[in-house]
Ligand binder design. Structure first.
Ligand code: BG6
Length: 469
């Protein structure tokens, strides 16, 4: 089977992780510009001041993407580059930069797939309460409208938010992302609701503009499975999926929050502050999603938690995605299993979990259109005789693309696959050590670019539309 002609083979990046130029051409300061400079917050103090200098080298990078045969480039817009203080004057130079990126993509026939929010919030808004403040909701909707008006003639694929669960839970429970708040479930739930509201209102505005593109949101897709048939562990997995999947997917796709979670957070006093009008907006917007974006790296293996809750992830080390800590509410724990395969960073490699998760998703939400907006292997790539031999990455992507193929055969509506990442970039918590790209960046030699083995392999897959997989 070949992937259909309208299936997009792509790869992705995010502004803070690639651009650099953190204080150039009128860009405002972002929460990450500040947070990454707090000692101990990032791996060896790395930050995105320069990142891989995509801001100055985007032409060279997009040329390489074209050479790889990439059909679509998923990138994010840095909000503080467009509106430096979050809700004030628009920075023309910021608009100019993304116009150049978009036009450069289109020059080669690469479809720009744009994320509006991949975590770099204007610092002024962060200091005013960030996502816990409703003012941020209004400011986001305004920023989104600025982007639609500036780029919407050429951009026809929009993602509002990337991985709400990650920036909200690491921001308000683990303290490992800005604003670095530890163990505040009330703020955590409030921030998730505010993001869903911003998403809903943005969709309503986008549809009014009649730009006839598609718009959706990207969520982490990390389905939880019980480690065995024991009732207590099966319940732990159910609970994990209600809090980690349903809480995020239900408001977007069904327009309401899951009863199970609502009941618990009510008892605990964690219910967000919301109005009937907000709940109505979320309900109305559910039918306006054109797709859902899924970022899949690994499933979760879950047991009933027996450890003290203090052992839940509360710092950088324990927040980098490896299994082994209790959930914030102490109900379940994620565990590493003897019979599973793991990456060097302790992430499980499971194309089976991917496929099984897709089936579960279809069962709950029906025949929604899906883009796999991220999937890939973080590794330290071996260099042999000057060549970057990233064979494990090829194998990882191959196995996951095969799962996508099977899912499509089963009638699951997947219309694109974006490998993470197009080029080696800054990992938020793991610096430049953890590589994901098809293109290598030499940090010892002027950030020079070099094609990896996977570059040629992906080129072949795209050219043959995955027939040889
Ligand atoms: C996703 C993010 O969570 O995972 C990316 O959307 C991130 O921005 C990617 O880089 C990989 O995470 P990590 O921690 O391995 O760099």
């Amino acid at each position: 089977m070949k992937f259909s002609k309208d299936f997009l083979f792509g790869a992705a990046s995010a502004s803070y992780q690639v651009e650099g130029a953190w204080n150039e051409d009128g860009k405002g300061v972002s929460n990450w510009d500040v947070f990454s400079k707090i000692p101990g917050k990032t791996f060896e103090g790395t930050n995105g001041d320069i990142a891989v200098d995509h801001y100055h080298r985007y032409k060279e990078d997009i040329k390489l993407m074209a050479e790889m045969g990439l059909e679509s480039y998923r990138f994010s817009i840095s909000w503080p580059r467009i509106i430096p203080n979050g809700d004030g004057k628009v920075n023309d130079k910021g608009i100019e930069f993304y116009n150049s990126i978009i036009d450069e993509c289109l020059k080669y026939g690469i479809v720009p797939f744009v994320t509006l929010y991949h975590w770099d919030l204007p610092q002024v808004l962060e200091e005013d309460g960030g996502w816990t403040n409703k003012k941020t909701v209004d400011a986001f909707v305004r920023y989104a409208n600025v982007c639609f008006k500036a780029f919407g003639d050429r951009v026809k694929h929009w993602i509002t938010f990337n991985e709400t669960i990650v920036f909200c839970s690491l921001g308000y429970l683990a303290g490992a992302h800005p604003p670095g708040i530890i163990n505040d479930p009330k703020k955590y739930f409030q921030s998730t609701h505010n993001v869903f509201l911003a998403h809903a209102r943005t969709l309503k505005d986008y549809k009014k503009l009649k730009q006839f593109g598609e718009i959706g949101i990207t969520h982490v897709f990390s389905p939880a499975f019980s480690v065995n048939e024991k009732e207590e562990n099966k319940f732990a997995a159910y609970h994990a999926n209600e809090f980690g999947l349903s809480w995020y997917y239900d408001p977007i796709l069904l327009g309401s929050y899951p009863e199970y979670v609502l009941k618990i957070i009510e008892e605990k006093g964690w219910t967000p502050q919301w109005t009937d009008e907000e709940i109505e907006d979320i309900k109305e917007a559910a039918s306006l999603n054109d797709f859902i974006g899924l970022n899949y790296y690994q499933p979760q293996r879950v047991i009933k938690n027996t450890e003290p809750i203090e052992n839940a992830s509360r710092d950088r080390e324990s927040s980098t995605g490896a299994a082994g800590s209790p959930s914030f509410d102490g109900v379940y724990s994620t565990v590493k299993m003897e019979d599973k395969k793991y990456t060097k960073w302790g992430w499980e490699i499971s194309p089976e979990g991917f496929l099984e998760g897709l089936r579960i998703l279809r069962k709950r939400y029906g025949d929604i259109k899906i883009y796999i907006t991220e999937n890939g292997l973080g590794d330290e790539d071996p260099i042999i005789d000057g060549e970057i031999m990233d064979v494990p990455r090829i194998k990882y992507i191959e196995e996951h693309l095969k799962a996508v193929k099977t899912a499509i055969k089963e009638g699951i509506h997947i219309k694109g696959y974006y490998a993470w990442s197009v080029i080696d970039l800054l990992s938020w918590l793991n610096g430049f050590k953890k590589q994901y790209g098809f293109i290598y960046v030499d940090h010892k030699d002027n950030l020079n670019r070099k094609k990896k083995l996977s570059f040629y392999w992906y080129k072949h897959i795209i050219k043959t539309r995955g027939e040889d997989l």
